[in-house]
Design a protein around this ligand. Sequence first.
Ligand code: TA6
Length: 295
Amino acid sequence: MPVAQQSGKVLISHPKGASAEILLYGATVISWKSGSIPSPELVERLFVSSKATLDGSKPVRGGIPVVFPCFGAPTHPEHSLLGQHGFARSELWTFHSIVMDNESGVSVKLTLEPKASITEKFKRPFHLSYIVTLAEHQLSTDLHVKNTGLSTSPPLEFQALFHNYIRVPSDDVLVTPLQGITYYDKTETSEELRSLPKVETRASVDVREFTDFVYENAPGTYEVASPVSRIEVRATNLKDVVVWNPRAEAGSKIADMEAGGWERYICVEPGYVRGFVAVEAGQTWIGQQVLTAKL
Ligand code: TA6
């Protein structure tokens, strides 16, 4: 059965064995099992903390949380009542339809529309569609943001990001290519220093130390390589990318982080988070990522 729904999840499977699970809460992908051409064995590619809350009472610690309409603490006046990373990851989405089901893969569509839990904090009209596609060695996620306002209404301004928790040994993972890219270091202790642009000098970025870097106008295609896995992240309309791992000092303070969890993932998060996307009334913006298992 390529698509099934059970206990608040959508389960999709590929004829050649790959699978994914999407929690309707937050439209959070909480599992992606895939092989690769050099290594066909199916392995879990995402990290979800064993202490993650999956009952819809708080955002999932792991998988692929959907960040919308703001990244981090809100900075736009229309987002001022929202929490960190916005509301998309902490609302119940609706399973809309099977978009594709053939030998090349399976696509499902989830939707989110204004409802009281949202409109009490976010006043702009919108419609979100989230399309998750599973291929033999790939998983892609497309976020469609439509400004459903009247033609006379102002543009809908937002940020969006796919908060990927990629399962790897964090002491042995390298992200390329980021050399020469401007970034903002959120590990700095003052707002002044956090706002200071730096330039990445390393040919490969590791997360052996506490890392929380927002790379601006980044290449859009990234390789996340470790001795045991290699994932390519290819982003469209997502000009920035965040690399995050809290390491022990910060990670041990995260309530729903399993003991030592920071040793087992890296967050490589394509997004549009420096500045805001502006979508005119009646128009739709699409941000996409394609994750390919290469090892
Ligand atoms: O994407 C990196 C980041 O913004 C970090 O600063 C850290 O806060 C992480 O997201 C997790 O945020 P969360 O709200 O899920 O605890």
